[in-house]
Design a protein around this ligand. Structure first.
Ligand SMILES: [Mg+2]
Length: 265
C-alpha cells in the first residue's frame, strides 16, 4: 500500500466522485485534500468537464496550476501555462460538423451542448449560467443527450466509428471523441510525463464512479470504485489487483477509498 511519503499521484473523476452528484460539494473529502497538499501529493482531476470548468474548480480548491485531464481524456494539460492549441478547436468544429450532417441525413434524435444555449445546459446539469458557459467551451469532444432508440444508437455509433470517433457514457451525458483518446490513454501519458520529469517511479491511485472511468481505473496502480448511480456496472479488468469498492457515494466514498489504500502513519 502506498504511503503519503511515496511518489504518488492521485487521479480523480469529479462528478459523483470528488464532487457530490447532486450538490457538487467536496467538503466531506476536505480532510484528505489537506493531507495531500501538506505532503505535496499531486491531485489530478480527470473528468468529462472542459478545461475551462476544471481551471475554475482548481482555483476554488486552491489547486491552480496542477495538471489535469479534461473532456474524458481528449484534453491533457501537464504544464499550467500550456494554451489550448488550434488543432483542439478544429477537432470540436469537425465533430460538430459531422454530427449536424448525420442528423440531417439520417434523422438521429439527440441534443448536443453545441445545439443549445447555457440556460438549457443549466437545466440539464444544475449549473449556474456562468458555469454552463464554461461547460460549452469545448476543445475536442461533444457531450450529448440521446432521444432515440437503442437500435438507432448502435447505428449512430457505427457512423461515428467510420470517422474514427467513439462514444463513451458519463454520469449524465454521452460523449463523442476521437476513438484513440480515453481517460485511460491520458492517464498513461500523464504518468509517463511524471516519470520523465524526475526519473522517479511514480505510483498512481485513481478514483471514479462511472463507466467512463473504467479505462482510467485499469490504468492506475490502485483503483477505487466509488459507489454511484450508473445503471451500467463499473467493473475493472481482472488484471487490476488493487481494487476497492466504497459503500458510500460521492466525496464520502472518496474519503473511504483514500482511507483504504493510503497508510497515513
Ligand atoms: Mg463521475
Amino acid at each position: 500500500m502506498p504511503s503519503l511519503q511515496d511518489p504518488l499521484v492521485v487521479i480523480t473523476d469529479l462528478d459523483g466522485s470528488l464532487l457530490d452528484h447532486h450538490t457538487y460539494s467536496w467538503q466531506p473529502a476536505e480532510h484528505w485534500l489537506e493531507m495531500l497538499k501538506a505532503n505535496h501529493i499531486p491531485l489530478v482531476f480527470c473528468s468529462s468537464k472542459t478545461a475551462a470548468e476544471i481551471e475554475q474548480l482548481q482555483i476554488s480548491m486552491g489547486l491552480s496550476g496542477s495538471p489535469f485531464i479534461a473532456e474524458n481524456g481528449a484534453v491533457l494539460r501537464f504544464h499550467p501555462d500550456a494554451q489550448p492549441d488550434n488543432i483542439m478547436e478544429q477537432r470540436y468544429g469537425a465533430i460538430r460538423a459531422l454530427l449536424e450532417r448525420l442528423r440531417e441525413e439520417k434523422g438521429f434524435k439527440f441534443f448536443g451542448f453545441g445545439d443549445v444555449d447555457e440556460k438549457v445546459i443549466g437545466e440539464w446539469t444544475g449549473l449556474s449560467a456562468q458555469d454552463a458557459v464554461l461547460a460549452q467551451r469545448r476543445e475536442a469532444s461533444e457531450a450529448f443527450i440521446w432521444r432515440d432508440s437503442d437500435e438507432r444508437m448502435a447505428e449512430f455509433a457505427a457512423c461515428l466509428a467510420a470517422a474514427d470517433l467513439a462514444i463513451t457514457q458519463g454520469g449524465r451525458f454521452y460523449h463523442i471523441m476521437s476513438k484513440n483518446s480515453s481517460k485511460g490513454a491520458a492517464v498513461q501519458r500523464l504518468m509517463e510525463l511524471y516519470r520523465q520529469r524526475d526519473g522517479r517511479q511514480w505510483l498512481s491511485l485513481g478514483l471514479g464512479d462511472g463507466p467512463n472511468d473504467i479505462p482510467m481505473l485499469n490504468a492506475v496502480d490502485y483503483a477505487v470504485i466509488i459507489r454511484g448511480y450508473s445503471k451500467t456496472p463499473v467493473d475493472v479488468s481482472a488484471q487490476q489487483h488493487y481494487v476497492y469498492r466504497t459503500s458510500a457515494f460521492g466525496p464520502e466514498g472518496w474519503s473511504e477509498g483514500m482511507e483504504h489504500f493510503i497508510t497515513s502513519a
